[in-house]
Structures are given as structure tokens and as C-alpha cells.
Design a protein around this ligand. Structure first.
Ligand code: CP
Ligand code: NVA
Length: 335
């Protein structure tokens, strides 16, 4: 053991206690959808992430696992942030991540989802999966015996929302209904996660989406239900200007998500009025930040100028994927 491990600071002790006591019930829990994550559980991820972020990687060794834990990552779609943040995060925690590209394992074609889930469960502690169909992560969770994390599906991107809320909290000082986040663009997986995340954390959220590209009403209804308890305001507009009015943060995602490439031209036309540019930003608060889950297409959903002005917040948001996913893994696996 190193000197650092022998002399744990109060900071380290309270972080270890937060993970060990698991007061919010994360241990061995799946993270498939924010539908199943309570406000307290969401907040626990943010608290552990902040604790980890405050320590350099060497000092994190005093919190990390004492023996290696393993994460299998299944990717049916490309990834930079999700893959690297999980892989680097596992390395920081004395764990190991195994990357499995869909064409290598043939999920559902070379062998059944259930067989993959069961066999992986005999080897690893946690499975993370990025899938085309949300039903695939549900099937992995139902048929395997280890916790499954949704690393993006057609329906939701829950782990993105942890990083988004941490970034907003850091930038604004605190989360709550003094804050308004405006999402502009496609009513997709990222917006679905944001609707539930904001509702749970009491942040007001407005979305500006073109007709035909509104979010799934089930997500809006759930966000509205939660908002009654947390005081958040949930608004869906067709007009992007109405959505961003007086916002503290304006959020962009691609117009064409992975798997929708055949719709690219049509979407490219429909979404033009929904570009985040200087004219649209003029309707947000002068202090507003721009967030983007990335990858970004400069000149499409956001101008290069706006990306550059807000690069600090956007790259911090990407960095926060690392801290929040490490927190999630530690809460799910334990010490
Ligand atoms: N935001 C996000 O999930 O990025 P990747 O697709 O690169 O993982
Ligand atoms: N909505 C995008 C998010 C990418 C992180 C997609 O699904 O491709």
C-alpha cells in the first residue's frame, strides 16, 4: 500500500462511506432508463462523481477497488466518449474494460442475446451496451445475472444525462428551478434522458422541436409527473425561440442520430430553423452556456462560432462523462 492509501483524508473517508453505505440502493442495480432511477439515486451519482473529480487519479486509488473488477462493453454503434470514458474510468479504479464490437460477437445473430448475457455474466461484473433497439438492453438485463448499463439506445441516453446535470450544477452553482435548460432539435434519446433528468433534479426544461420530431409522449408525461413533486417546469414548443427564451443553458444534439442515416437529407431541411446560432442565442440569457453531448456537426445543429465560444463548457461536459460513469460503476459494484 502506498502512503496515500495509509493516510486517508476526511474527503476520501466520506466518499468511501457514500459508496459503501449505498443509502439510495444502487448496488447491483441495472441502469437502463431514468424511469427507474430515483432523484436520490441520480443525486448520489453526482455526489460521488464530484468527490472523485476533486481527487487526482493517484488519490482516487484510496477509493478504488482493492482487486480488479471488469466491465464488458458491447457497441452496436460507433462511440468515442462512451467507450473511452468507460475504459479510462475502469483503469483508474483498478478495473478493466473489454470492448466488444457488435460485428465481433454478432449479438442476436451469431448467438442469442440471452446466451451473450449469460456467458458474459460468468466473467464480468457489469455489462454496458450501446444498442439500436432499447429492447436489447432490456433483454440483456432480463436474461443475464449482472447489472446492465444502457450506453445509448434508440429510446434513451441515461449516462449522458448524469454528465449533463453535473456540468450544469458546476456552472450554475446548484441545480433547481431557478435554472432553465432549453433543448433545441430532435426529440430523441438525448432529449428523453434530459426530460427525466431535469424533472428529477428540479430543473426547468423546455424543448423546441419541429412537428413530427417531438419527444415520445411517455417521456413527457413521466417528466410532468415527477415535476409535480420537484417543482420543475416542463415545456415543449415547436418554436425554437420560445424554447430558448431566458434559458440558462441551451443544449444541442445532432439532427440525424446513429441508425437514421437514410433520413439525413430530409432532416437536414426540416431542422434548419433549429440551428443553435448567434441569432437564436440572443433570446437566451446573456450568461447562457451551450451544451452539446457530441459528436457535433458544425454548420448543422450548431454554428462553428457558437461551438468555439462555448467550448469550455462542452468539453467539460465530455470530461464529466468520465467522472459520472466512474461514480455509477462504484455505486453499482460497491467498494
Ligand atoms: N455523447 C456520446 O455518447 O458520445 P459517443 O457517441 O462518442 O460515445
Ligand atoms: N442522438 C445521438 C446521440 C449521440 C451521442 C445518437 O443517437 O446518435
Amino acid at each position: 500500500m502506498t502512503a496515500v492509501e495509509n493516510t486517508p483524508s476526511e474527503e476520501i473517508e466520506s466518499l468511501r462511506a457514500l459508496i459503501a453505505n449505498d443509502l439510495t440502493g444502487w448496488r447491483k442495480k441495472h441502469c437502463l432508463s431514468l424511469f427507474d432511477v430515483s432523484s436520490a439515486q441520480f443525486n448520489a451519482v453526482l455526489e460521488v462523481a464530484k468527490g472523485l473529480k476533486a481527487l487526482d487519479v493517484q488519490r482516487q486509488m484510496a477509493v478504488a477497488w482493492t482487486y480488479p473488477r471488469t466491465l464488458a462493453m458491447i457497441f452496436e454503434k460507433p462511440s468515442l466518449r462512451t467507450r473511452v470514458s468507460f475504459e479510462a474510468g475502469m483503469a483508474h479504479l483498478r478495473g478493466h474494460a473489454i470492448n466488444l464490437a457488435a460485428n465481433e460477437i454478432g449479438l442476436g445473430s451469431r448467438e442469442s442475446v440471452a446466451d451473450v448475457a449469460n456467458v458474459l455474466s460468468r466473467w464480468v461484473d457489469v455489462i454496458a451496451a450501446r444498442v439500436f433497439s432499447h429492447e436489447t438492453v432490456e433483454e440483456l438485463a432480463r436474461t443475464g445475472t449482472v447489472p446492465v448499463i444502457n450506453a445509448l439506445s434508440d429510446k434513451e441516453h441515461p449516462i449522458q444525462a448524469f454528465a449533463d446535470m453535473l456540468t450544469l450544477q458546476e456552472r450554475a452553482g446548484a441545480l433547481g428551478n431557478a435554472l432553465k435548460l432549453a433543448y433545441v432539435g430532435d426529440g430523441n434519446n438525448v432529449l428523453h434522458a434530459l426530460l427525466l433528468a431535469c424533472a428529477k433534479m428540479g430543473v426547468n426544461i423546455s424543448a423546441g422541436c419541429p412537428e413530427g420530431y417531438f419527444p415520445d409522449p411517455a417521456y413527457v408525461a413521466e417528466a410532468e409527473r415527477i415535476a409535480q413533486e420537484t417543482g420543475a417546469k416542463i415545456e415543449i414548443f415547436q418554436d425554437p425561440i420560445a424554447a430558448v427564451r431566458d434559458a440558462d443553458a441551451v443544449y444541442a444534439d445532432v439532427w440525424t442520430s446513429m441508425g437514421q442515416e437514410t433520413e439525413k437529407d430530409e432532416r437536414g431541411n426540416v431542422f434548419v430553423p433549429y440551428q443553435i446560432n448567434a441569432a437564436l442565442m440572443a433570446h437566451a440569457k446573456p450568461s447562457a452556456i451551450v451544451l452539446h453531448c457530441l459528436p457535433a456537426h458544425r454548420g448543422e445543429e450548431v454554428t462553428a462560432e457558437i461551438m468555439d465560444i462555448h467550448a469550455d463548457a462542452i468539453y467539460e461536459q465530455a470530461e464529466n462523462r468520465l467522472h459520472t460513469q466512474k461514480a455509477l460503476l462504484m455505486l453499482i459494484i460497491g467498494l
